[in-house]
Design a binder for this molecule. Structure first.
Ligand SMILES: [Zn+2]
Length: 558
């Protein structure tokens, strides 16, 4: 009985101890990777050289805060492993405290170490866009049949029941899953393959709510693993307490083995008194509630990754933390609002994010487009040919790029309305005392003319319809001023009358005899008059004689 009880207590203690001790796989994982990959080993050496060069440079420029886009891949078999968004966000919040020295429990840091504590000036944000540029919560959820995962990276591949990484040069990948054998998490140090880059955390040791269990329910597992991912080693140098190991950081005291639970200050080992070991450093193995700081030296190692050429520098150019730009929409609701003979007014709906709208148009059937750009969501196309069919397309210009061209729209310009032209070039010719010839140019679309005239100053017109573009006007009074106007008559209307033109008929000519009258009346002395001729003679008042010397002769005028 006693033996059984003793055995039972021992088993319980073992289970309890295993459950309560922090187990980070990163150092072993790093060791395994270096053993299996000379290339990784070389990459690690190069990164360490860069890091030491940076750390030893006393003139490093001040940098601005680094924001790292994070994607959390939740890989779960049971619903309880499918942790909530709130649990994930609690972890992000904790990271943003711990890496900014904003954690409230920093006050628990012994005064002896506070002066080397660092604001690492790194913040984390759940990704707002996928690698494809689609909107994202920064969380993926993958159901798996895998009961639990270990450090074999099985969780990092969809094909093995996990979830493929997002591009490691744009995101920090964090896989959250059930881990076997009490493993709280492990990280891949810089220099490894992109497909496995990131950190893995137990769903029981992530954030400070939901499925997180004490004593690892304050989010320090992710803080610790991400520091590994940022090239920071365990503070005791992974030397199993030999005091020979180093974390390659100058301001962390050398210490023996890792600490578990919640040590009391000071914890002296390796002759590091009086202040002892920095067991409250995030890179020891203390419980979550007893961790509170990174050092300036640890921060420098992180910083070295982000200088030009640094192993994590590409993250500085990631757009993962930014909302995706709205797609540059194709203009819609396109209308040809108004068409005239030579213009067309186009309009369309505003496109969100568009700064301008390229327009291309052409006569339907032409090969080449005319291209122009409108800054508004309307445009008047000018200089068009009348009675012609055109086609056009629109696109949008956004800061994120251009949309595709819209569907083709068509319109036909108007045919000009026919004009019933006014008669022009009106001329008067061959004016006599009683007649005149009036002519004008043939007017467009004429089917005839209305000619009207009157003596100047009178009120009534005399209308004469005319077919041709001229008129022989007879029966006029001599020596009379006339005025006239002409109207073109078309099938679709009249031109209206021309402005008034005038002419005056000639006076009747005064006929004057040129010969002298005869002063005798003797027949034999009479002047001979030719037949069929006109003879002008003065007639004497005393005696009128008309002498004809021929039967055909007749007086015409006397
Ligand atoms: Zn670790």
């Amino acid at each position: 009985m006693f033996r059984i009880s003793t055995l039972l207590v021992f088993l319980l203690c073992t289970v309890q101890l295993r459950a309560q001790n922090r187990i980070c796989g990163s150092a072993d994982h790093l060791h395994d990777m270096e053993l299996s990959s000379p290339a990784f080993q070389n990459a690690r050496q190069l990164i360490e050289q860069q890091t030491q060069a940076y750390v030893n440079n006393t003139a490093n420029p001040q940098r601005s805060t680094i924001t790292i886009p994070v994607v959390v891949h939740v890989v779960y078999r049971l619903a309880s492993e499918n942790i909530s968004d709130a649990q994930i966000q609690s972890q992000i919040n904790i990271l943003n405290e711990d890496f900014r020295k904003l954690n409230p429990d920093f006050n628990n840091t012994p005064a002896a170490f506070q002066n080397v504590a660092a604001d690492c000036d790194i913040q984390f944000v759940l990704a707002k866009r996928t690698p494809n540029g689609d909107s994202s919560t920064g969380i993926t959820r993958t159901q798996t049949t895998v009961t639990s995962f270990n450090m074999s990276n099985q969780v990092k591949y969809t094909a093995t029941g996990g979830k493929d990484a997002w591009p490691a040069n744009q995101y920090l990948n964090i896989w959250v899953c059930k881990l076997s054998n009490g493993l709280l998490g492990y990280a891949q140090f810089p220099g490894g393959a992109a497909a496995t880059d990131g950190v893995v955390c137990s769903f029981r040791a992530f954030g400070n709510t939901g499925a997180a269990l004490p004593p690892f329910n304050k989010g320090r597992t992710a803080t610790h693993e991400i520091a590994h991912w940022l090239n920071v080693y365990h503070i005791w140098g992974d030397d199993a307490g030999s005091c020979n190991g180093t974390d390659l950081v100058g301001d962390t005291p050398n210490q023996g083995a890792e600490h578990y639970g919640c040590p009391s200050f000071p914890s002296i080992s390796c002759n590091n008194g009086p202040d002892g070991a920095m067991f409250m450093n995030f890179m020891d193995y203390s419980d979550d509630a007893c961790m509170s700081m990174f050092t300036q030296g640890q921060k420098s190692r992180m910083d070295a990754l982000f200088i030009p050429g640094g192993a994590r520098a590409a993250l500085l150019n990631s757009l993962g933390a930014e909302y995706p730009s709205p797609a540059c929409g194709i203009p819609s609701n396109i209308n040809t609002v108004f068409v005239s003979e030579n213009d067309a007014l186009l309009s369309w709906d505003l496109v969100v994010g568009a700064s301008a709208y390229p327009i291309r148009y052409r006569i339907t059937g032409d090969t080449n487009w005319n291209v122009l750009t409108s800054s508004l969501n309307a445009y008047i196309l000018g200089g068009l040919n009348a009675g012609t069919t055109y086609e056009y397309q629109l696109m949008s210009n956004c800061t994120s790029g251009q949309s595709a061209w819209s569907n083709t729209q068509t319109f036909t310009t108007n045919i000009p309305a026919p004009v019933c032209a006014l008669p022009s070039n009106v001329q008067t010719n061959n004016i006599t005392p009683t007649s005149v010839v009036i002519s004008w140019d043939q007017a467009a679309n004429s089917q005839g003319y209305t000619f009207r005239y009157r003596t100047s100053g009178s009120s009534n017109w005399l209308n004469i319809p005319v077919i041709q573009n001229n008129l022989n006007l007879n029966g006029l009074n001599a020596n009379q001023a006339y005025e006239f106007e002409i109207e073109n008559n078309c099938s679709f209307g009249n031109s209206g009358y021309t402005s008034t033109s005038t002419f005056s008929t000639l006076p009747v000519p005064v006929q004057v005899c040129s010969d002298n009258y005869e002063n005798n009346n003797l027949r034999i002395l009479a002047t001979q008059i030719q037949t069929n001729s006109i003879t002008n003679s003065m007639i004497r008042t005393a005696l009128i004689m008309i002498i004809l010397n021929s039967a055909q002769a007749r007086p015409n005028q006397k």
